[in-house]
Write a new protein. Structure first.
Length: 267
């Protein structure tokens, strides 16, 4: 007679691994978008995807937030392929619950604070929810169930939300004396920084100045942005964001601080 399988015998779960693989592709794509500054497929430039990707919530401890999600999907997929015994299932379930909590928190921020929605981010959230549901349905016989299972999921999700709120609570880092002095000089020298509120590279340019970014001679070119000066941008023939203008000299793309200092004559 064939040997009977024990209730906790590791088994490869292709359904969970498949969901994790799809999530890994989506999160990896979002990470590439943040690094490259490209516009997402199926998203019109200047709409939800660009707004979310240009926000401070798209970066976490120096790397794209989506990259954290990609790492989470990778680990869950690896655990599923290794076989979901009680220990591996528990770890995968906790990670998926944390992913659902953190994704839900980011969705709340995008819809309420940014007033924008990114279809790729929403897709990743849905995939993480499906992964958690699949893991719950494939719970080993000896794993927690009922209220204990719900408490495990809620605890992991809550910790992820609290951690995310703590990380995103702070504003931009304090400016150094050099950043502060350069920003003030650029404003006094007549330089102009043309950009759009949804432009990831414009946000990258501002981040180089830390808290001194508020003193930059910034001109908003999108009519939906704050205090737009669309006619001024059109008159300057701006086609690329960001664009810097120093008298007769024009520079496009993100500029290093030392290049801005040289172009504006900052000593």
């Amino acid at each position: 007679m064939p040997a009977r399988r024990g209730p906790d015998l590791p088994r490869r779960d292709l359904a969970v691994a498949g969901l994790a693989a799809v999530g890994l592709v989506v999160a990896g794509y979002l990470s590439w978008l943040k690094w490259s500054g490209a516009s997402a497929l199926f998203c019109t430039p200047g709409t939800g995807c660009d707004i979310v990707q240009a926000s401070r919530y798209a970066m976490l401890v120096g790397v794209p937030t989506a990259l954290m999600g990609a790492a989470l999907y990778f680990v869950i997929g690896a655990l599923a392929l290794a076989g979901l015994d009680r220990a591996r299932w528990r770890l995968a379930f906790i990670l998926a619950a944390a992913g659902v909590g953190f994704s839900g928190y980011l969705t709340y921020l995008s819809l309420v604070e940014l007033k924008a929605a990114c279809i790729w981010c929403l897709a990743s959230t849905v995939i993480m929810v499906l992964s958690l549901g699949a893991l719950a349905l494939r719970r080993p016989a000896t794993a927690p169930k009922g209220r204990r299972l719900a408490a495990l999921a809620a605890g992991a999700a809550l910790l992820a939300i609290v951690g995310g709120a703590f990380v995103f609570a702070g504003g931009p880092p304090p400016a150094t004396p050099y950043q502060e002095a350069l920003a003030k000089h650029l404003a006094r020298s007549g330089a102009v920084f043309y950009g759009a509120y949804w432009c990831p590279h414009c946000q990258e340019q501002k981040e180089l100045f830390g808290s001194a970014a508020a003193q930059l001679p910034y001109v908003e070119c999108d009519p939906k942005g704050r205090h737009p000066q669309t006619s001024r941008c059109e008159g300057a023939g701006v086609r690329v964001f960001p664009t810097w203008v120093f008298g007769a000299e024009r520079r496009e793309g993100v500029q290093r601080l030392e290049d801005l200092a040289k172009a504006s004559g900052f000593k």
